[in-house]
Design a protein around this ligand. Structure first.
Ligand code: DUC
Ligand code: ZN
Ligand code: ZN
Ligand code: ZN
Length: 534
């Protein structure tokens, strides 16, 4: 047959166009787009009727934590990662995502000096279960070892196709000083590795945390008070200044405040190659969600702790939507960072082993509802600073944005595709193989339900396919959901059923970023420190 599979009656959406075309798929690739197919074309092919619904390139989620190491100590990420490559990729694909980029994390331990060693270890974790969908790695660099960076960065690119690294300005166990940041960014730039920056001022957070503790404000809710928008505001400005100094393109991960977004916008207006990511939690949660369980002192509220925290109230989200629309945000990722609530090393009780380190800490009030786990934890001093930061969301990323932004007219269908698929593919060197419906691209495709025939429902965690025992979006109304997910031409998810196979997903060697190139201005000799790169 001419095609293995065809998609007919769809409204195709790319980052630039909406068109009524059929898709012909052969050997895992899109081979033909045509207004219609003849009977001859269709012979022997599996025909998928989209019934007038949107058809989009599969989601590319550039920010997913799977199998990540437990890191201990105050302000460390802490906790046991609930999802491995099996459960994490399963959850992604059931929400319309066909590519995930996860983190291979260096630690400060001596054996982790070698980035290649770290990556090999994470690859083995992926191989241990296999993945349902294609995946790649970013590296997280928490050390400034000049010899390692010089020797290994070129090999990360050539041997592994890893062309991006994440750097932290906060967390005792991860953060780089300004000088270290410059060192690592400089080496990264020489190798055309995109630097992703977690921009929160670690000193400000520690200082505020001390002040909150002095006042016994240690319940989960106060996690947000320890990270008000100014914390992200300062760190974004500082990173922009340092990156400009050495002409390094940067991408801010998980921007959560309108303040930081405006800093990014200003830098972009000046022609600097500054990119930004934002995530569902900054549109759908607020500080109030950190006190929604039982009563404000109940440690079940730890389920909602992520960094940066959600914004204070919904007015920030209104501004953030503008940033999605006007291009300030380059990508929309999940920051899926999964911890279970019932795991002793998960959400509330990751605290237990550190309880003794809190010398002379007054006992917090226990939950007024007498919630058992909550009491147990609060008795052990479950201060927010010991609670692992992160919430799940790889499966809800696309349907949530579809429901709250596309269907409400806040963003166009094209912008939806740009933010969730095309731009992450370009930014991370996967385009046009991923993030595109052009002939030659991998046949990674989502087909939605026709809006008019979808029966809205309210989300419960049992519908999801991650290994986390809660969702922050419990009770949220959804007005659409991916009906089919295709990965390299195979239907891996259909009408709520998993049809894919674990182990089918392939490791992706990525190329250079295709975004950080032209900058819309002449180079300014006073600004440009060319001698650094001679
Ligand atoms: N950074 C992330 O990227 N995810 C969760 C927590 C964090 O600090
Ligand atoms: Zn981060
Ligand atoms: Zn993250
Ligand atoms: Zn409780």
């Amino acid at each position: 047959p001419k095609f293995d599979t065809v998609v007919i009656n769809g409204v195709l959406v790319s980052a630039s166009d909406v068109s009524s075309n059929c898709i012909g798929i052969k050997d895992g690739k899109i081979t033909v787009l045509a207004e219609r197919f003849s009977d001859d074309d269709l012979r022997g092919a599996e025909v998928i009727d989209a019934e007038g619904a949107y058809v989009m390139p599969g989601g590319v989620d550039g920010h997913v934590h799977l199998c990540q190491d437990l890191q201990t100590g105050p302000h460390g990420l802490g906790g046991r990662c609930a999802d491995d490559f099996l459960t994490g990729s399963r959850s992604a694909m059931c929400g319309g995502t066909t590519t995930i980029i996860t983190f291979a994390t260096q630690t400060r331990s001596e054996p982790d000096r070698s980035l290649l060693g770290v990556v090999g270890r994470y690859k083995a974790r992926a191989d241990a279960t296999g993945s349902y969908i294609d995946y790649g790695f970013h590296v997280i660099i928490v050390r400034d070892d000049g010899d390692v960076l010089e020797e290994e960065m070129p090999r990360l690119v050539s041997e592994w196709g890893i062309t991006s690294c994440k750097l932290f300005l906060t967390y005792e166990t991860q953060r780089l000083s300004d000088k270290q940041l410059l060192n690592v960014m400089y080496e990264a730039r020489k190798n055309r590795i995109t630097t992703m920056i977690h921009a929160e001022n670690g000193d400000a957070i520690e200082w505020l945390t001390d002040k909150l503790e002095e006042r016994n404000k240690i319940a989960p809710y106060y996690h947000a008070w320890s990270r008000p928008p100014a914390v992200e505001g300062e760190a974004t400005n500082r990173a922009i200044a340092l990156a400009e100094l050495i002409q390094n393109p940067i991408l801010f991960v998980h921007i959560g405040s309108a303040l930081a977004m405006k800093n990014v916008r200003k830098a972009q207006t000046r022609g600097l190659p500054v990119y930004a990511e934002t995530c569902p939690q900054y549109f759908n949660l607020t500080w109030n969600d950190l006190k929604k369980f039982h009563d404000p002192s109940c440690f079940e509220n730890s389920k909602m702790i992520c960094s940066p925290p959600p914004p204070p109230d919904a007015s920030d989200a209104d501004e953030l939507y503008l940033g999605l629309h006007n291009g300030t945000f380059t990508i929309f990722s999940s920051d899926h960072c999964p911890f279970r609530y019932d795991d002793p090393h998960g959400k509330p009780t990751g605290v237990l082993e550190h309880a003794e380190s809190m010398t002379g800490e007054p006992e917090p009030e226990s939950c007024l509802d007498g919630h058992a786990l909550c009491d147990l934890v609060s008795r052990k001093t479950g201060a927010f600073k010991f609670i692992p930061n992160g919430i799940p969301g790889v499966e809800t990323r696309l349907p949530l944005l579809y429901t709250t932004a596309l269907q409400t007219g806040r963003i166009s269908p094209q912008k939806f595709v740009e933010l969730t698929s095309t731009n992450p593919a370009k930014l991370y060197g996967l385009y046009p193989r991923k993030g595109s419906l052009m002939p030659g691209a991998d046949a990674d495709i989502i087909i939605w339900h026709p809006d008019h025939s979808f029966v809205p429902f309210s989300l419960t965690n049992d519908r999801l396919h991650h290994n986390v025992d809660y969702t922050p979006y419990e009770g949220q109304q959804f007005t659409n959901w991916p009906r089919y997910t295709l990965s390299r031409g195979q239907v891996v998810y259909r009408n709520g059923q998993i049809t894919g196979k674990v182990g089918y997903g392939q490791y992706l060697k990525r190329g250079q970023s295709q975004l950080a190139t032209a900058q819309g201005r002449k180079q300014d000799p006073r600004r440009v420190a060319d001698w650094l790169y001679e």
